[in-house]
Design a protein around this ligand. Structure first.
Ligand SMILES: NC(=O)OP(=O)(O)O
Length: 315
């Protein structure tokens, strides 16, 4: 079985969302325990990861240091997060396999994702990145031209452009490595957004939603199962209301109806549900949204919100 595991922000930060080096190393170590168990059970595992906290922090560093060292654009920041998180995940995975007396070849692939140059998402900021700030501080940054948005009880968060992922440009390399038996980290942060204009490729300043990127990557590597690991055990209908209903197994037609009805918040559960629906609609065996410590059971169909193909119509 081939599994695409998409690790959410909480899988690469501590419980408060902090992204110090030691927080990221500790979080990666926890996530790789699940990956090592899947590997022991015989799965091919491809890992992708979010980069929202990390890419936002890099952008702030760039802006603060701009008078001293040349700043780099957001797509460069995204590429940098793929490298640092890829290296952190690989170390954690190698170390976890070694404690179990196991060993596998591992690799991290700097991954570009093709987006359309005229994607409306490039001119309309929607993707939350970086740290949360109190409203008063966020409004000060808005006065300096940044876009910030109220994200509820945690505070305000910067939002940036986020185009639709169309194709994993480095997909052939990823697939070749997986077919050769490597455990691969790829498509971090949804992939580095890249446009092709007049036959020329160039990065664009945006951050792709990593769950939507994961759905494209899953298709590219021929995954049977997509697991979106986040900080809650299930997607929930009526979240935060007295009628809250955690979802178990749902067929993809019904799940898309819930999505269309506005049951899932944009910028958080909404893209995760969109991603699992796309994966199953395009032939995936099943897709699961669940929390980090349920990953192994999720792959086995015993945990989380499990989206399965719609039943075939009767002849
Ligand atoms: N790129 C991205 O979606 O990252 P997060 O999942 O960390 O927000």
């Amino acid at each position: 079985m081939r599994v695409l595991l998409a690790l959410g922000g909480n899988a690469m930060t501590n419980a408060e969302g902090r992204a110090r080096v030691e927080d990221q190393q500790a979080a990666a170590a926890v996530a790789m325990r699940a990956v090592a168990t899947l590997v022991e059970e015989g799965a091919d595992v491809v890992i992708t990861h979010g980069n929202g906290p990390q890419v936002g922090n890099l952008l702030v560093k760039n802006e603060l240091a701009a008078q001293v060292v040349p700043p780099v654009p957001l797509d460069w920041c995204g590429a940098q997060t793929q490298a640092t998180l890829g290296f952190t995940i690989l170390n954690a995975l190698d170390n976890e396999l070694a404690t179990r007396g196991a060993s596998r070849e591992v690799a991290a692939v700097v991954t570009r994702t093709l987006v359309a140059a005229d994607d409306p998402g490039l001119s309309r900021p929607t993707k939350p990145i970086g740290r949360y700030l109190p409203e008063v501080e966020a409004r000060r940054l808005v006065e300096h031209g940044e876009t910030w948005e109220d994200r509820g009880e945690k505070g305000w968060r910067r939002v940036v452009a986020s185009p639709e992922p169309l194709e994993i440009l480095d997909g052939a390399a990823v697939r070749t490595l997986v077919d050769a038996g490597f455990l691969v980290v790829a498509g971090g942060g949804g992939g580095i957004p890249t446009v092709r204009e007049g036959g020329v490729l160039r990065g664009v300043e945006a951050v792709i939603d990593k769950d939507l990127g994961a759905a494209v990557l899953a298709r590219t590597v021929g995954a049977d199962v997509l697991v979106v690991a986040t900080d809650v055990p299930h997607a929930v209908l009526g979240w935060g209301t007295p009628r809250a209903e955690p979802l178990g197994e749902v067929d993809v037609t019904r799940m898309r109806e819930h999505l269309t009805a506005g049951e899932f918040a944009s910028g958080s559960m909404g893209p995760k549900v969109e991603a699992v629906c796309r994966f199953v609609e395009q032939g995936g065996r099943h897709a699961v949204i669940t929390e980090l410590d349920q990953i192994v059971d999720a792959v086995a169909g015993r945990a989380g919100t499990r989206v399965v193909p719609a039943p075939s119509p009767r002849p």
